[in-house]
Design a protein around this ligand. Structure first.
Ligand SMILES: [Zn+2]
Length: 222
């Protein structure tokens, strides 16, 4: 899953409007942001296997630290506690923790049965990626749903609030489309380094979000 995680980040602003969209993106994409780091350290492994699913050529050989349910619950607790220690906002901290864990449940829909519950298994996955049309429908649907919740909850204060947000959406969709229809990555190492670029989405979302303000109906929420 890719765009769907950003849909969750956008929707989460509805529950915690004062928390930056950058923080929500960090949380909802946390597993995929850590993953290339663990690939490069050798603690997790991926294999490029064109044809393994219709939507991705990646065979997720071993990724218990970033992508097991237990791992994501622990990362969620850690990120939630870190946020609470910095901002003293319990509700936002819980939303952030839930966003981290939501990653696993969305990935269950998309992946082959390669997603570990505990680090050693059992492995689950509903295999959405075996169907290209279904992948496109679900990914685009979740992103659209996130935008439908985020846009009425916030208003652009200036042009950056508009173009910052929409340029991020365009880049994310373009990256996703090229991963779907482009050639597979030339090597696992190139894949890991290019996956690191996704970290840019965090400050980008924070920047756009800073140039937007919450609308009055949401201003009353903590
Ligand atoms: Zn993932």
């Amino acid at each position: 899953m890719f765009l769907g995680h950003f849909g969750v980040a956008l929707a989460a602003k509805e529950l915690a409007p004062r928390t930056s969209l950058g923080t929500m993106v960090l949380a909802a994409q946390f597993a995929d942001l850590l993953w290339p780091i663990f690939l490069l350290t050798g603690l997790e492994q991926v294999r490029i296997a064109p044809g393994i699913t219709r939507a991705t050529p990646l065979d997720f050989v071993h990724y218990p630290i970033t992508h097991s349910l237990v791992g994501q619950v622990l990362w969620g607790v850690a990120l939630g506690l870190l946020y609470f220690s910095l901002r003293r906002n319990a509700k936002s901290a819980v939303v952030i923790g839930a966003c981290v864990v939501s990653h696993w449940f969305l990935d269950v829909i998309a992946h082959r049965p390669d997603l570990p519950v505990f680090p050693q298994g059992p492995f689950v996955g509903l295999g959405l990626w075996n169907s290209l049309p279904a992948t496109v429908a679900i990914e685009c649907g979740l992103l659209a749903l996130g935008l439908m919740l985020y846009l009425p909850a916030s208003r652009a204060k200036d042009r950056i609030g508009v173009y910052g947000l929409w340029s991020l959406m365009v880049v994310l969709v373009a990256a996703w489309v090229s991963s779907l229809f482009g050639p597979p990555p030339p090597s696992e190492r190139v894949l890991a380094y290019s996956a690191l670029a996704m970290w840019l989405a965090v400050p980008w979302a924070a920047w756009a979000d800073r140039h937007r303000e919450i609308t009055t109906s949401f201003a009353l929420k903590p």
